[in-house]
Design a binder for this molecule. Sequence first.
Ligand code: PLP
Length: 284
Amino acid sequence: RTVYVNGDYLPEDEAKVSIFDRAFLMGDGVYEVTSVLGGKLIDFDGHRARLERSLDELDMPHPSVMDDLLDIHRELVRANEITDGLVYLQITRGAPGDRDFAFPDRDTPPTVVLFTQNKPGLADSPAAKQGLKIVSIEDLRWGRRDIKTTQLLYPSMGKMMAKKAGCDDAWMVQDGHVTEGTSNNAYIVKGNKIITRALSNDILHGITRAAVLRFAKEAQMQVEERNFTIDEAKEADEAFVTSASAFVMPVVEIDGASIGTGSPGALVPRLREIYLEESLKVAI
Ligand code: PLP
């Protein structure tokens, strides 16, 4: 695989970053994952805009490479012959040469890394037909989940808790209400109405979420942004998650209780189709 590190395109085993890198020592980095379908980037502008916001919220300088990100994404997709897959992008506060809690000088060069993941058939994964089984866990993450940082230990533990429970993923719960999935936003459906937690510091402002809610409204579905509980989710007609890599993915079981018939219903598969179709139209 060809990867990008700080201005260079290199074979992955030649790419190196410092042991003093702030992301390695402190989780002081931000990232984005953009999906590729048919060789084109889905929602690139949204991911770029959120990346800028993440940098601003952490008072990280914008690296000069910000203007070249689209070109770098495209070059990696080309070099690695990606038809369907993902582009991972990470920017860290750099490697000041020693370990220190205080932020380094603003002129410390950031570390910028991008690589691709090849995922043939990404948009027709069997999980989209079967639906996911979810277990609920307490949300024990920090309070700025709106910033897309590389501090992913708790979500990673959540995936393992899900695995141990025989499930595909976990929904996290805070003060009795679902925040989001370990790496996706969470929704329930009642009749023609889609219910999902409102945006705040409690959840990541999903790029897929924004697009899906827009398409849902255009398709005359109702959208209600409010908190919901696991008990309410268990009684829902349908449920789903969204993310850049999963698109719209049905949920068919929560804490052992079947959602609806226990198979993907009517609305969620339709919403998935709409999302894929509309997103592909404007992919770049
Ligand atoms: N919530 C969390 C915690 C995530 O990690 C992600 C994606 O990685 C999402 C939601 C979905 O965001 P997006 O649709 O921008 O991929």
